[in-house]
Design a protein around this ligand. Structure first.
Ligand code: AMP
Length: 339
């Protein structure tokens, strides 16, 4: 097939060409799996590629496009690292067969007008300091989904808000694309990998570890509730003056605000900060509530179910179970002391 050689890497720059090749491949019933990137590829991106390749019979398309639409005025669009040759080399080593690296003019020809409006969440967190960023990111991804005829697309949890908004785009606009996500890939010391990390000087690089350290400490405080999580994370950030925090927030898994009375459940802790003039992002999952008590309840419920009693345990029954457990522990300790 012209423009596609199995086992080799072909770089396309034209919308028409990548469209023709991927349409033909879809006709052979193979999934076309898109990994959208802005290039300057690192191990985090490569993990997305590996996840894409792991889908059965996948043809992987990696797009490399620094999308001007998602950069605001005075942002780092002009200085964003661009390393196409070494990116293609890395993708070649991983056995990626299709790379799509269009020019800005190819993606946004004269007369381009229509954009996606990402909705209210796009104005919060990252969106609060980067107006229009998510409209731009969703617009380019919608175009890339269409242009590459992809059946699947892979995104990183590194940009958690983007992932949530991308899923919303797919759902709201009924796009025939299945999304897959990959956890944050980190350096050995915990720093989330990012194309912007190369801009950190030695001092800033050292200070930047505070972000992941803060998330780790915060997540460890999950059993003590929301305020403890935020205070734990803040205590780490506060002692590193090079880190200027933009936001530190705890939200639910879909980034809605947590209800005031939330005691238990899964949440996301997100941080953004300027470190040595570089804007860094990170996030981590947090389990709120007493994990031991929750596990205990789940075990007790499973035991009741096995006995044919599938009713939910009430708070009084849980308290009674705890009382019995303490009683058994006390009797055993007593017996141990007597022996
Ligand atoms: P970018 O090139 O920064 O636009 O990122 C392209 C894709 O790679 C996005 O889905 C990012 O979330 C993902 N990504 C970037 N860095 C990481 C990382 N450290 N771990 C996981 N995914 C990442």
């Amino acid at each position: 097939m012209v423009g596609y050689t199995p086992g080799e890497t072909t770089v396309h720059t034209s919308v028409a060409e990548i469209g023709r090749v991927t349409r033909a491949l879809r006709k052979t019933s193979r999934p076309v799996v898109l990994v959208p990137t802005m290039g300057a590829l690192h191990e985090g991106h490569l993990e997305l590629v590996r996840a894409a390749k792991s889908l059965p019979r996948a043809v992987v398309v990696v797009s490399i496009f620094v999308n001007p639409l998602q950069f605001g005025d005075g942002s780092d669009l002009d200085t964003y690292p661009r390393t196409l040759d070494s990116d293609v080399e890395k993708l070649c080593e991983l056995g990626v067969e299709l790379v799509f690296a269009p020019s800005v003019r190819e993606m946004y020809p004269n007369g381009f007008r229509t954009t996606v409006s990402a909705g209210p969440l796009a104005e919060e967190l990252e969106g609060a300091s980067r107006p229009g960023h998510f409209d731009g990111a969703l617009t380019v991804c919608l175009k890339l989904f269409n242009v590459t005829n992809c059946s699947d697309a892979v995104f990183g949890e590194k940009d958690y808000q983007q992932l949530v908004l991308m899923q919303q785009l797919v759902t709201d606009l009924n796009l025939p694309v299945q999304l897959h996500s990959v956890p944050v890939i980190r350096e050995n010391d915990g720093l989330a990998m990012s194309s912007r990390n190369v801009r950190l000087d030695d001092g800033a690089r050292q200070a930047a570890v505070a972000l992941s350290a803060a998330l780790t400490l915060g997540a460890h405080c999950g059993d003590r509730g929301r305020d403890a999580v935020l205070a734990g994370a803040r205590s780490v950030l506060d002692v590193v003056p090079e880190v200027q925090v933009d936001y530190l927030e705890l939200r639910d898994g879909r980034l809605a605000p947590l209800p005031g009375d939330v005691g238990e459940g899964e949440a996301r802790l997100l941080v953004a900060a300027q470190v040595g003039g570089v804007r860094l992002l990170d996030n981590a999952g947090v389990i709120l509530g007493d994990l031991e008590a929750r596990q205990e309840k789940e075990i007790a419920q499973a035991a009741l179910q096995a006995a044919g009693l599938d009713a939910e345990l009430t708070e009084e029954e849980m308290a009674e179970l705890r009382r019995l457990r303490e009683e058994v522990r006390r009797v055993r300790e007593q017996r141990g002391a007597d022996d």
